[in-house]
Design a protein around this ligand. Sequence first.
Ligand SMILES: NC(=O)c1ccc[n+]([C@@H]2O[C@H](COP(=O)([O-])OP(=O)(O)OC[C@H]3O[C@@H](n4cnc5c(N)ncnc54)[C@H](OP(=O)(O)O)[C@@H]3O)[C@@H](O)[C@H]2O)c1
Length: 339
Amino acid sequence: MAITKNTRSKTMKVVIAPEPGGPEALQIVEMETPTPSGREVLVEVKAAGVNRPDVMQRMGGYPPPPGASDVLGLEIAGEVIAVGSEASRFAVGDRVFGLVASGGYAEYAVIDERNALLAPAGVDWTAVGGIPETYFTVWTNMIQRGQLTKGEWVLIHGGSSGIGTTAIQIAKARGARVAITAGSAEKCQKCLDLGADVAINYKEEDFVEALTKATDGHGFDLCLDMVGGEYVNRNLAAAAPGGRLVQIALQAGPEATINVWQIMAKKLWFTGSTLRARSVEEKAEIANELEQELMPLWENGQCLPVIDSVYPFEEVVDAHRRMDAPHIGKVILSFEGDR
Ligand SMILES: NC(=O)c1ccc[n+]([C@@H]2O[C@H](COP(=O)([O-])OP(=O)(O)OC[C@H]3O[C@@H](n4cnc5c(N)ncnc54)[C@H](OP(=O)(O)O)[C@@H]3O)[C@@H](O)[C@H]2O)c1
């Protein structure tokens, strides 16, 4: 039996993409409001982040994992209004945020309490709603898998993206030296303002040459790559001896021709991962580390997401148009005006 704070509507507005397509493919429809079970809590959503994987799902290329609904959205922030029978971490009225495998673009969402955190005090809903997807992704790939340590050089492709702006801040907070690539002078400047040491406009410069020069011939110790395709072989060329390459997306395609000798000669490590399909337990491990390592920074107003723009929930089509246009940092859906 769930403990409930207030009477919530039996139905709620949600966003789906019944047919693959552009932003206009998104539709707001009514659906039954979920009831939390087991270790789930029901959250009245105040803000939900928009991420590139949502765009891929809209276009038909990133289906929800088995068991997840087809409502878009991977991250939420809001107030707990009901808790499942086995949930004990949060109470009704708590401000929380966290990861969902689907269902974030909705007035209400259920979330497993192990994948949620208490919202940092004093941080507004739009910033909190923009944390989970990129911070979980960057933490697990750059810190847990990539093992970035103080003083090392990390190369972050797509530095101005939601993921990139998060990675720059976490890397700097951990004392690393940061080089980024981005596709315009404005984007490069924003990354430098955020703390990057070197910004490479990949449309004007070859990133392998530029990085090699900027690091006095050293190259990167760790590369966080969301491009793939022909970048893979160039990444291998830009690596320092013992360098690590973590692949998090393949915007230029999944296939690459590489010179494997570079891996052998420089003793490189090449790995990668996806977040969405991981188990609740795996995501909970990341949540615990974020709580220990980053919560103190967030509560100090540091290392928070860079917000590009905020759209009312009803304007979700425009929010996706913004994702398809040049932007810097995160696009957020806000529900606060709706209530
Ligand atoms: N593995 C995971 O678990 C996981 C989880 C979340 C997200 N992701 C992936 O991470 C990526 C970023 O997500 P997001 O939500 O932050 O998206 P986003 O804000 O829309 O950013 C996409 C970025 O890709 C950059 N880009 C595209 N081609 C590039 C190139 N050739 N060189 C350098 N940058 C390039 C764009 O920068 P320019 O305009 O400068 O080209 C843009 O900043 C997406 O591909 C997403 O699928 C992976």
